[in-house]
Design a protein around this ligand. Sequence first.
Ligand code: ADP
Ligand code: MG
Length: 317
Amino acid sequence: MGEFELIERFFNRPTRHAVLGIGDDCALMQPEPGMQWAISSDMLVSGRHFFADVDPVALGHKSLAVNLSDLAACGARPRAFTLALALPEANAPWLEGFAHGLLTLADAHECELIGGDTTKGPLNICITVFGEVPPGYALLRSGARPGDDLWVSGTLGDARLALHALLGEKTLDPLALETARLRLERPTPRVELGLALRGIATAAADLSDGLVGDLSHILQRSKVGATLHAHALVGCMASKAALSNADKLQYVLSGGDDYELVFTAPAARADAVRHAASTCNVQVTRVGSIEADAGLRVIDQNGHPLESCATSFDHFA
Ligand code: ADP
Ligand code: MG
């Protein structure tokens, strides 16, 4: 199977929104009147972001999910994406599964594949997503203000727990492993929540590298600090595995790959946050607050500071 047959067979489908999709030198796109493009790229490298033998359907899903998660964090509506793919070989069953996982998620969000590039090489997947947002409504990292509440969506830490189990560093019973593994391999981008938080959240980021690291970006960009409540954080883990509270706290603070949102909103908008979350059927938890004092503090139920040992994941650390 040649390069063009491969593209034709697995990736070329009729487009609905794009002016011109796959097949020419460029795709052509027209934003809805008065909208801005929100654009983001994420690369997934074999052996670094996923195991080479991972289920191709799950890999296709996750490759797009991590990109849609960036649009969600900006409050942008997904429109289209490009796919740059390096493949060691043209393996039809593998491509079938990958395209199925990828395009099923794309269809669910009406996000069209409009182009890309295909080459032979070590397995590497780079996607660029294009979303739309009205001017002034994008959720940025720079908008958090002292007095804002700090929220997270969904559950945190379970993806990293699954990774530890798959690497043999942690033993989980089969059911606990399966639940955690779904969080690692099939993350749910919080696109609807991002849209519902437009005009309510003051700042947002998606959680790819762990809460401490991704929240730090918000704190730095907004020139503020934050206090996190340990008891609220411990409750954010989905896993029922027998873990100590200290272990849970560590997973929630520094685990990665959750693809949930961390966001801030004025304390007076707490009901609006809860309402937005319930309209999209997503759990949200208030885990702390924003303060003028720089830095990140974690306190226990009595308000006593905990020595924080958490760090985030940094590819070059
Ligand atoms: P170029 O020669 O400019 O690199 P190609 O011949 O590689 O373009 O690609 C032909 C068409 O197929 C282009 O429209 C390109 O966007 C599209 N395409 C290539 N690879 C992919 C892919 N993996 N997924 C979707 N579209 C692709
Ligand atoms: Mg090319």
